[in-house]
Design a binder for this molecule. Structure first.
Ligand SMILES: NC(=O)C1=CN([C@@H]2O[C@H](COP(=O)(O)OP(=O)(O)OC[C@H]3O[C@@H](n4cnc5c(N)ncnc54)[C@H](OP(=O)(O)O)[C@@H]3O)[C@@H](O)[C@H]2O)C=CC1
Ligand SMILES: Cc1cn([C@H]2C[C@H](O)[C@@H](COP(=O)(O)OP(=O)(O)O[C@H]3O[C@@H](C)C(=O)[C@@H](O)[C@H]3O)O2)c(=O)[nH]c1=O
Length: 283
């Protein structure tokens, strides 16, 4: 089996590289923004013609939520237009697509976990571009899995977890918002789930919510990082309701995972357990 991973140098791409090592029976083609720019339709077309992958895991995305407010065209080009041509190609080569989307497709006004069937209404440009990407996948192909996830972090790349660790190392005073409730998700858990989906070669196509379980504010997330690193007495951490940003973010974006759990018999770890596990790994 041949599996193409786009955006392979991003955090999810790197987690997939890490967790796919034991899967020697699968040939992984890890392509970065340098080796396979998904916005270049001709390049991607030629790539598919040559390699004809059985699966494509699309980790390529424009993910800078703040900058997207000023770079709308680029965000839509990567997160929607490129996804349209990728989906068409996957359909014509019978390549199954695993596409990743976000909790930011919701407006955050619900008070209980969001189901796959709940109505979507993004409140920032990044969320709007990702929603349009989802629509491109479902309109242009059949054999797809769209996995919506939330608040991804890992040891790799730019994410809230690494930002807090860096600020804590520099003994910068932390002011962290309590305004949003969601679920931090260890990208290593998502990578494992994706690899299970592929090795099972499941045909249960469709839209799924996948995050760690439980809920938290960004403040709760930062606090557990400091506690586990035993830095709570060395770094000042203050809760603030308002932390002004250019992009609006949903106030509540916890995802309901019943569908993914029931379909794939997965036991998803709690966000606290997973965060503690990652910090222990790094010791
Ligand atoms: N990070 C998060 O908190 C969340 C992410 N998601 C989704 O999960 C997926 C993975 O995100 P994550 O790994 O965190 O994101 P990253 O930003 O870490 O990685 C995205 C990767 O995509 C690459 N990329 C950007 N443009 C192109 C392009 N035109 N062609 C090919 N590659 C490109 C980037 O390369 P380069 O750096 O060279 O530009 C980068 O390596 C995305 O779909 C994202 O929307 C969903 C919920 C939460
Ligand atoms: C760095 C920092 C952020 N914040 C706030 C800003 C914001 O409201 C919240 C989260 O900050 P960030 O900008 O790191 O996170 P953000 O970029 O909004 O994260 C999102 O990324 C995209 C890609 C997704 O798909 C989402 O699921 C989500 O993970 O925390 C503080 O309160 N204090 C701080 O020191």
């Amino acid at each position: 089996m041949k599996v193409l991973v786009t955006g392979a140098n991003g955090q999810l791409g790197k987690c997939l590289q890490k967790h796919s090592k034991p899967l020697t029976e699968i040939k992984f083609l890890f392509e970065t923004s340098q080796t396979l720019d998904i916005t270049s339709e001709e390049t991607v077309k030629a790539y598919f013609k040559e390699h004809q992958p059985d699966f494509c895991i699309n980790c390529a995305a424009y993910t800078n939520v703040e900058a997207a407010e000023d770079e709308e065209n680029l965000a839509f080009q990567v997160n929607s237009e490129a996804v349209k041509s990728l989906s068409r190609l996957c359909d014509s080569y019978h390549t199954k697509l695993v596409h990743i989307s976000t909790d930011y497709v919701f407006d955050g006004l619900k008070h209980s976990p969001y189901l796959e069937k709940d109505s979507v209404k993004p409140i920032n440009i990044y969320g709007a571009s990702k929603l349009q990407g989802e629509q491109m996948v479902s309109e242009h192909m059949h054999a797809y899995f769209i996995l919506r996830t939330s608040w991804l972090y890992s040891e790799f790349g730019h994410n809230f977890f690494n930002t807090i660790l860096k600020k804590a190392d520099d003994r910068v005073e932390l002011r962290i918002t309590t305004e949003q409730i969601g679920t931090p998700t260890n990208a290593n858990d998502l990578a494992e789930m994706i690899l299970n989906l592929i090795t099972a070669d499941s045909n249960a196509f469709g839209l799924y919510h996948f995050s760690n379980t439980g809920e938290a504010t960004w403040y709760d997330f930062a606090r557990l990082i400091l506690e586990e690193k035993q830095l709570e007495n060395e770094v000042s951490l203050k809760a603030t309701f308002s932390y002004p940003t250019k992009a609006k973010r949903p106030k509540f974006s916890v995802l309901d995972k019943s569908k993914v759990e029931a379909t794939f018999q997965t036991k998803i770890p709690h966000w606290r357990e997973s965060l503690v596990g990652l910090l222990k790994e790094g010791e």
